[in-house]
Write a protein that binds this ligand. Structure first.
Ligand SMILES: C[S@@+](CC[C@H](N)C(=O)[O-])C[C@H]1O[C@@H](n2cnc3c(N)ncnc32)[C@H](O)[C@@H]1O
Length: 238
């Protein structure tokens, strides 16, 4: 097709850049790979949504980052780093968006998987995704979605894997860190914290509850729109 269509557009050069993008560049992009991933699973996790376009209050918009999902192979890789020593733990995704990481975590041997998300609209999409996914994968761990500010919602009891993909700015990271410390102090237990794109890792490192901290380099993921940045992660452990 494509060459003949391109030639036809030679008479209309204004439309050519769009045509080249649509037919020759976009199909090979991470964004297109992300859409194909969703299509394959019959879910909707792709795309980017800025905080201003979310159903959240003005203060929340200032404190939070937008929605974009962790690339699937990266999520699987990071969870696999800790899964052996976290069997039966509760997995919590802090800022769970459309639920991609929740679905991936539910395939690991966690007791349950919990998503904390302040956008009710994103949580509704996540609920549909999780439902469809569980119908196709009957053996996955149960997934629970909670709507609210993750810096204020109580963390589950028992040992935890806490996952963050850069959900918020420094002020909210400080609030979340205080909540994590209070939860740990009230009931000391094993907490493993995976912080992907750890823009404010120093706040968690300074909490005084973690005894181990490991930098993790993630392998390239073709579904990663930020592939060129080669985003790292830090794993903290009490
Ligand atoms: C970068 S996305 C990550 C989504 C998901 N964790 C993943 O890795 O695929 C960050 C998410 O955190 C959510 N978020 C930001 N601030 C929040 C807060 N204070 N409470 C709950 N969710 C928040 C955003 O709405 C967004 O869905």
């Amino acid at each position: 097709m494509k060459l003949s269509r391109l030639l036809r557009h030679a008479g209309n050069p204004a439309g050519l850049p769009g045509l080249i993008w649509k037919n020759l560049i976009y199909p090979f992009s991470a964004q297109a790979a992300e859409r194909r991933y969703d299509l394959r699973l019959g879910i909707d996790t792709a795309g980017w949504i800025g905080p201003c376009d979310m159903d959240i209050g003005r203060d929340e918009v200032q404190r939070s980052e937008g929605y974009g999902a962790t690339p699937p192979a990266t999520a699987r890789f990071l969870i696999a780093q800790v899964a052996d020593r976290a069997k039966g733990f509760t997995f919590v995704d802090v800022g769970s968006g459309k639920g991609r990481v929740l679905m991936i975590a539910s395939q690991f041997p966690f007791r349950r998987v919990v998503g904390l998300e302040h956008s009710a609209a994103l949580n509704q999409i996540a609920a549909k995704n999780v439902h469809r996914f569980a119908a196709q994968h009957p053996d996955v761990a149960p997934v629970e979605l909670l709507t609210g500010d993750a810096t204020k919602l109580p963390l589950p009891d028992g040992p935890l894997v806490v996952f963050l993909f850069n959900p918020f700015g420094p002020e909210a990271v400080r609030d979340f860190a205080s909540s994590l410390k209070a939860s740990y102090t009230a009931a000391p237990r094993k907490i493993i914290c995976i912080y992907y794109n750890p823009t404010h890792a120093e706040i968690l490192a300074g909490l005084g509850i973690f005894t181990r901290q490991e930098q993790v380099v993630c392998p390239a993921d073709p579904i990663d729109r930020f592939q060129r940045l080669n985003l790292p992660a830090v794993v903290f452990e009490t």
